[in-house]
Design a protein around this ligand. Sequence first.
Ligand SMILES: Cc1cc2nc3c(=O)[nH]c(=O)nc-3n(C[C@H](O)[C@H](O)[C@H](O)COP(=O)(O)OP(=O)(O)OC[C@H]3O[C@@H](n4cnc5c(N)ncnc54)[C@H](O)[C@@H]3O)c2cc1C
Length: 379
Amino acid sequence: MNYALTDEQAMIQKMMKEFADEEVAPGAEQRDKEKRFPLEIFQKLAKLGIMGLPFPEEYGGGGADTISFAIAVEELSRACGSAGITYSAHVSLGGAPLYLFGTEEQKHKYLVPICTGESMGAFGLTEPNAGSDAGGTQTTATEQDGQWVINGSKCYITNASYAKHLALTAVTGKSDGKKEISAIIVPTDVEGFKVIDNYEKMGLHSSNTTELILDGVKVPEENLLGKRGDGFKQFLITLDGGRIGIGAMAVGIAQAAYDKALAYSKERKQFGSSLSKFQAIQFKLADMAMKIELARNMVYKAGWLKDQGKKFSKEAAMAKLYASEICMQICSEAVQIHGGYGYMRDYHVERYFRDAKLTEIGEGTSEIQRMVIAREIGC
Ligand SMILES: Cc1cc2nc3c(=O)[nH]c(=O)nc-3n(C[C@H](O)[C@H](O)[C@H](O)COP(=O)(O)OP(=O)(O)OC[C@H]3O[C@@H](n4cnc5c(N)ncnc54)[C@H](O)[C@@H]3O)c2cc1C
C-alpha cells in the first residue's frame, strides 16, 4: 500500500493550491455577498486545462485520474465552496454521463465543449416532486416524427445558466407496468426551454442553482443518451462518481474552517493566554485535524477504487456521508472557536458553515447515503 500521491497528482495539487489561494480565495467573500457567479475563474481553469481534468485527451480532457479530480475540487472548495460545487457538478454531473454513456458523435459534440470550458456542465435529475426518490420523475418525453417532445420541470439544477446543453431525465414510456426513464441531451437555447436563476439560498451564493421549465421542447431522436429506459441506472452510476466530488468539496471546506480556527486560536488572547493554550480548544482542534485526515483518506480511497475499475459505490457513499457530516461539525466548531467574531461575515467561518450544509443534501442526502451503505452491506 502506498499513500503517496503520484508525481502527476502532486503537480496538480500544487497547481490547484496556488490557483485557489491566488485566484479564488481573494474575492470569495465579496462574490458571496454579491451572489456573483465567477465565470472568469472557470475561464482561467479552462486555459489551465482543468475543466475536463479526468476525461481523455481525445475529448479535450486532461487524461488525469479521479484522485486528481478530487484534489482539484478540494482545493477550489477550500478557497470557495461555490467554486467547488460548480466545478464538481461541471465534471461529475455534466461531463461524466456524456463520457460514460454517450456515442462517439455525442462525446465529440457535447463532451468536448465541457472539457474545453466553452460550456459549463450540468445534469437535470431533481424535480419538485422527485428528489431522493428520483425514480418518481414526472417530466415526460414522447416520440413524435423523429423527435422527442419534452414537457415538465426540474429544480435545483447547478450550472444550467452557463451550460450550452445538458442531459436530463424524463419518462419515455412504461415497461412491465413501471416508468421507463431515459436521459436526453437538451441544448439550453432550444424553443420552449427556460432556465430560471431565482433561488434565495442559505449559502453557496456564487454558485448557479436553477429551475428548468420544459414546455413542448423538441430535440432530435439521436439526442437520447445511452439506451432508452437506462436513465435510472445511468443516474445511479453518475451519482456514485459525483459523491466523490461532494466528499472532496466537504474536505476542502472543512480544511478551510480548521485552518482559520487554528490561526485564530493562536492570535486571540483571553485570560492572559492564547486560546490555543486552553485544553478545551486544543481538543477541538485535534478532533478537527483527525476527522479531516480520515475524510480525505476515505475520499481518495473511493477515487482510487474507481480508477482501478473496482466497485466503489459503498466507499463513495461512506466517504460522502462521513466527509459532509464532519464538515458540518468542523464548521460549527470553527465558528465556536471564533466566538462572536465567528458569527460575523468578515471572519469567513460563517460562510463555510452556510456552504457546508449543502454537502449533507446534494447528490443524495445523508439518509440516502445510509440507505446505499445498508444495501451494500446486505441489510
Ligand atoms: C444547491 C443545490 C444544488 C443542487 N444541484 C443539483 C443538480 O445539479 N442536479 C440535480 O438533479 N439535483 C440537484 N440538487 C438537488 C438535490 O440532489 C436534492 O435536493 C436532494 O437529492 C434531496 O432531494 P429533495 O430536496 O427533494 O429532498 P427530499 O427527497 O424531499 O427529502 C427530504 C428529507 O427526507 C429524507 N428522506 C427522503 N426519503 C427518505 C427515505 N426513504 N428514508 C429516510 N429519509 C428520507 C431526506 O433525507 C431529507 O432529509 C441540488 C440541490 C441543492 C440544494
